[in-house]
Write a protein that binds this ligand. Structure first.
Ligand code: ATP
Ligand code: MG
Length: 294
């Protein structure tokens, strides 16, 4: 069935991104609570229809590592994207001063499996892997969202953002994951699967250390560091397996970064894959201490 605006009861705002606002909504026909993302685009009806058509493949194939897609519609030139509501929010709000190694491992496993699913089942690369696009719920599940399913939507979003992209590298709240990537700084058209692997590594360093690893107060110093300096590493208290996993993802030469299948076989993943980590308690405590900080 199709979701319509009339069936939705709007609740509180969950957050704002570069392209629009995410609100909690309740679908009154089914009583399902959803997250609705509003994306403002100046597009004609044909292109908007194309976006809805392209998003439709998300109905056919689902994964426990990907935020579920419920449906999309447009009103005037805004696209409304309805997805599973994740009641602990995104990782950037949960990691605090950094997460313990077993939690990091479970996050890494979900992210690698999610990215592998997108590539193998839907033939898409994510293009925006970063902590705000990794969501958590009270069951302790970790899922990816905001992947580039629709070519038309990717193109339209890229256009709305022309000119301000490199400037945003210094404003951490509005950072795009590709800004911290050596190959994107050197050449503009080289986005591949292994670029997502770099962003995965960088996101995990951020989640482990509690801050974005490149912190320069000026953009040129930051861009130079990304291209010229040694890639970031995990803090010392992480195991050698964990540190090796990160340095494999953060290989500066894209073709030397591992595939998802290789990452799943890595000793870091293998060490934790059968370990039962209480992710539900971690998520609940992380939400509570976040509310405490506010
Ligand atoms: P950017 O615009 O650079 O992608 P962003 O990912 O923070 O940044 P949005 O995707 O618009 O921006 O999301 C805004 C915020 O809303 C996120 O940071 C996240 O905390 C929250 N959010 C998004 N989707 C959901 C969801 N399905 N469930 C719960 N919270 C969500
Ligand atoms: Mg997002």
């Amino acid at each position: 069935f199709a979701i319509k605006m009339d069936d939705l009861l709007l609740q509180e705002e969950l957050g704002k991104g570069q392209y629009g606002t995410v609100k909690k909504v309740s679908h009154q026909v089914t009583n399902v609570v959803m997250a609705m993302k509003e994306i403002r685009l100046e597009l004609d009806e044909t292109k908007l229809q194309q976006i809805l058509m392209e998003l439709d493949i998300l109905h056919k194939s689902t994964s426990e590592d990907i935020v579920e897609f419920y449906g999309a519609f447009f009103i005037e030139s805004c696209v409304y994207y309805c997805m599973e509501y994740m009641d602990c929010g995104s990782l950037d709000k949960l990691y605090g001063d950094g997460v313990p190694e077993d939690v990091l491992a479970k996050i890494a496993i979900s992210m690698v499996k999610g990215l592998k699913f997108l590539k193998d089942e839907l033939s898409i690369i994510h293009r925006d892997v970063k902590p705000t696009n990794v969501l958590v719920n009270r069951k302790g599940q970790v899922k990816l969202c905001d992947f580039g399913v629709s070519g038309q939507l990717n193109k339209s979003l890229a256009k709305t953002n022309i000119g301000c992209q490199s400037y945003m590298a210094v404003r951490s709240k509005e950072r795009k994951s590709e800004e911290g990537m050596p190959e994107r700084i050197k050449a503009a058209d080289t986005y591949t699967v292994s670029s997502d692997v770099w962003s995965l590594g960088l996101s995990l360093v951020e989640v482990a250390g509690g801050k974005y690893p490149y912190t320069y107060d000026n953009m040129f110093a930051q861009l130079r560091a990304i291209v010229e300096e040694e890639p970031p590493t995990l803090p010392d208290h992480y195991s050698d397996e964990a540190r090796d996993f990160i340095s494999a993802c953060l290989h500066k030469e894209p073709s030397k970064r591992p595939s998802y299948a290789e990452l799943l076989q890595h000793p870091f993943i293998q060490k934790y894959i059968d370990v039962d980590v209480d992710m539900a308690s971690w998520a609940t405590e992380a939400v509570n201490s976040q509310q405490h900080r506010q």
